[in-house]
Structures are given as structure tokens and as C-alpha cells.
Write a protein that binds this ligand. Structure first.
Ligand SMILES: *Cc1c(COP(=O)(O)O)cnc(C)c1O
Length: 412
């Protein structure tokens, strides 16, 4: 079998960098197709975390000793790597959080509570992840604002005409939209969404959790106000996330979490805040995680990302063509512009049962509502089976999925 895919990306070589993939699960070589939930970590990331704990472990920003200096240098270097990765104008526009969820909660609570008035509207998409719905609902309820879905059609494509119409009344203050849907794989036309939001006097937050693992994004070209993602979906560790925000907006926002590190001075008469980015980083951060994420970004920057994405899409198209030959297999999410996510149902089979039977054959997929219940309700389904592909998947993985699905069909 050819090791280099038709698009010239050597997925087999990449695969060898990921030790977890070299194992058997339930007596079969692991086929990992749950990349939309979390990606695996290359050896260089694991090693960076181990090295930090073995050699540099110390608290950042406050020690007057060599280990603290080394830890701080690596910690802040990782911030610079994120800046380069997403082409932000300044490193102080990169705020460390615990993940996408926390980043959105930070913006909703800090920017939202400071700016939303009774009658104001926040728009999210109908296929949004719960992380970009619930924080807005919590804050909007306190501010007298509303959270409304931008419609999505049967294929999983955002209705841009409806968005234009919704923006018309001048009461929309925030358009908070996924860059890519984790449940369906749809890529939204974010450049246009940002332009429309700005033209209507609204800000735009983009949830990039599913985009960042598949293609490069450019903050200065996109011109969005906030962009959020999690390290663990870009081959980095769990527990680390990024909030990118435009400098002027972050400057004007009140901190959300108070404590050490985020202050300039503290007295019982009142406290003053540290400068960006530390104003939003109270307490000891996940230092090892941030440094591990720095290694993940180095790893990604060493790949040809355009070829990697073409490789993933080639797998998706191959998988979808095989799916069309399987009687009773229904694809959910068929937008023209997609990442390599295949959500599906098998007629007469509950998604959870399909997932269990695939796992018994060593094939890891996700089943359920994928933290996107509203869009499942729109399709009137309880959930889907989701196979999501990454840089280390191969055509052999797709073949294994379909061999396993054939067994599931015979069994059920
Ligand atoms: C995974 C994901 C989230 C939540 O990320 P956490 O790391 O769990 O905070 C939010 N939005 C999308 C689109 C996701 O895929």
C-alpha cells in the first residue's frame, strides 16, 4: 500500500510521531476517528511536558531564581508561538485560559456584563456548540438581553440571508459564531460574517475550536474581535486554551477572575489591575500545559498544513463515497464547505450501539449529540455517529471503519 496519499502528504510518517496510535484496542490495531473531541499528542509534546517537570518546574513571573526564569521564558515563548500561528498583531492579545469554554465565558462575563443592555441581541448559529450558547444565555438573562440562533439549512449551511435580516434592527451587539461546526463539519463564511457584524455595529467572536486543528487562521486578515480555541484540539494538552482579543477591547474590559498575578497593586482601599495579558490570568496557570502547547505549535509549523488539510479532505471524500454504497446509511451535514467530519446514522440502529460495536473492533468514534443539542433537535434525531479525521489517519483507517460498519449492520 502506498504510504504517501494522492495529495503528497505522508500520513504514515506523521502517524509514527504519535505513540498512542501504535496500540491494540480490544484485540485490533487502534483506528482513532474521534479527533473532533480531542486530538492525540506527538512524542515531542509529551517530552516537552516531561522535560519541564524534570528540569524547569517553578512558578512563573515571580521567582528571583534560575528555574523560575527558565519556566517564565518558555511560558511566554509559547504565547509568542500562538501569536505567530494565528498572526495576531501583538503577543499581549493572547490570553491563556483553560480552554474554549473558559475563553467564551470570559468574554461573555467581562465584555458582556459591561456592554449588554436590556433589549440587546446576541446572535449565535443554530449549529453552535453548547460552549458558545450557554455562557451567553447566562449573561444575557442577567442583562435583559436575548440570545437568538442564526438559521441553518438541511445541509448544515448557515443561512446568510437570514443573518443579514437579523442584523437589520441595530440591536445586535455580538455575533458569536462557530468557525467550523463540530457536529456537522460545516465551515462558516467567517470573513463575510465579521464584515456584516461590523457593518451593523456589532462585534464578532469566532469559536475556532474545530478550525485550528485543520487549517491556519489569520487574525489580522479576518479582523474578528475575539477568537477562541483549545490546545487539545491542536495536538496539545488538555487544560489550556486561548482567547485572542483585539488590544483596545481587552484594555477596556474588566477582569473576570480576581486573585494573584492579575493585579498591579492591592490594598483595602481598592486594587488596580495588571497590564495585558496578565490582567486576565489570575492565579498559577497550567505552566506545563502551556509549554507543551508551545511544542505542539512547533510541530504543526513543521508540517505542510495545506497538504495536510487536502489529505484529510481526500479521506472524507473517500469515506463519503463508501458511505453512499452502504444501504440505510444517512449522512448528517453535507455542506459544500466542510472539514473532514462525517456524521451519520445507520437505519434502525441507535448511535450509541453503533459506537460500542465499532469500539469492540478497535475503531474509536464519537456518538451522541456532540454538545450541539439544538441542531440535533432541528434534524429530529437524538444524535449521530461521528467519524472525524486528522493528519495521522489513512485510507486504511477508512477501510477499517467500513469493514467494522458492515459487521455492525449484520449484527443489528
Ligand atoms: C471542543 C469544542 C468546544 C469546547 O472546547 P473545550 O476544550 O471543551 O472547552 C467548543 N466549541 C467547539 C466548536 C468545539 O469543538
Amino acid at each position: 500500500m502506498a504510504t504517501v496519499s494522492p495529495v503528497g502528504f505522508d500520513a504514515e510518517r506523521v502517524r509514527a510521531d504519535f505513540p498512542i496510535l501504535q496500540q491494540q484496542v480490544n484485540g485490533h490495531p487502534l483506528v482513532y476517528l474521534d479527533n473532533a473531541a480531542t486530538t492525540q499528542k506527538p512524542e515531542v509534546v509529551i517530552q516537552a511536558i516531561v522535560d519541564y517537570y524534570r528540569e524547569d518546574n517553578s512558578n512563573v513571573h515571580r521567582g528571583a531564581h534560575t528555574l523560575a526564569d527558565r519556566a517564565t521564558a518558555k511560558f511566554e515563548a509559547a504565547r509568542g508561538k500562538v501569536r505567530d500561528l494565528i498572526h495576531a498583531a501583538h503577543a499581549h492579545e493572547i490570553i491563556w485560559t483553560r480552554g474554549t469554554t473558559e475563553s467564551i465565558n470570559l468574554v461573555a462575563n467581562s465584555w458582556g456584563r459591561g456592554n449588554l443592555q436590556p433589549g440587546d441581541r446576541v446572535l449565535v448559529s443554530a449549529m453552535e456548540h453548547h460552549a458558545n450558547i450557554v455562557p451567553w444565555q447566562m449573561v444575557a438573562a442577567d442583562c435583559g438581553a436575548s440570545v437568538e440562533p442564526i438559521p441553518v439549512d438541511e445541509s448544515g449551511t448557515l443561512d446568510m440571508q437570514a443573518l443579514r435580516f437579523m442584523l437589520d434592527d441595530g440591536r445586535v451587539k455580538m455575533v458569536a459564531c462557530g468557525h467550523v461546526s463540530n457536529a456537522l463539519g460545516s465551515i462558516n463564511p467567517v470573513e463575510e460574517i465579521v464584515q456584516l457584524a461590523h457593518a451593523a455595529g456589532a462585534l464578532c467572536l469566532l469559536d475556532g475550536a474545530q478550525a485550528i486543528g485543520h487549517f491556519n487562521v489569520d487574525m489580522q486578515a479576518l479582523d474578528c474581535d475575539f477568537y477562541v480555541f483549545s490546545a487539545h484540539k491542536l495536538f496539545g494538552p488538555t487544560g489550556v486554551g486561548v482567547l485572542y482579543g483585539k488590544s483596545a477591547l481587552l484594555e477596556a474590559m474588566q477582569p473576570w477572575v480576581g486573585g494573584g498575578e492579575m493585579i498591579e497593586t492591592v490594598s483595602f482601599a481598592g486594587s488596580t489591575w495588571n497590564q495585558l495579558p496578565w490582567k486576565f490570568e489570575a492565579g498559577t496557570p497550567d505552566i506545563a500545559g502551556v509549554i507543551g502547547f508551545g511544542a505542539a505549535i512547533d510541530y504543526v509549523q513543521g508540517l505542510d498544513r495545506v497538504a495536510a488539510e487536502a489529505h484529510e479532505l481526500e479521506l472524507l471524500h473517500y469515506a463519503e463515497s463508501r458511505a453512499r454504497e452502504v444501504p440505510g446509511m444517512r449522512l448528517i451535514g453535507t455542506a459544500a464547505n466542510k472539514i473532514a467530519v462525517m456524521s451519520f446514522l445507520l437505519e434502525g440502529a441507535h448511535p450509541a450501539d453503533v459506537g460500542t460495536l465499532l469500539d469492540q473492533q478497535g475503531v474509536a468514534v464519537r456518538t451522541g449529540h456532540h454538545c450541539a443539542q439544538p441542531i440535533m433537535d432541528q434534524y429530529a434525531i437524538p444524535g449521530t455517529v461521528r467519524a472525524s479525521f486528522s493528519i495521522y489517519n489513512t485510507r486504511a483507517d477508512v477501510d477499517r471503519l467500513f469493514v467494522a460498519l458492515e459487521k455492525v449492520r449484520q449484527f443489528l
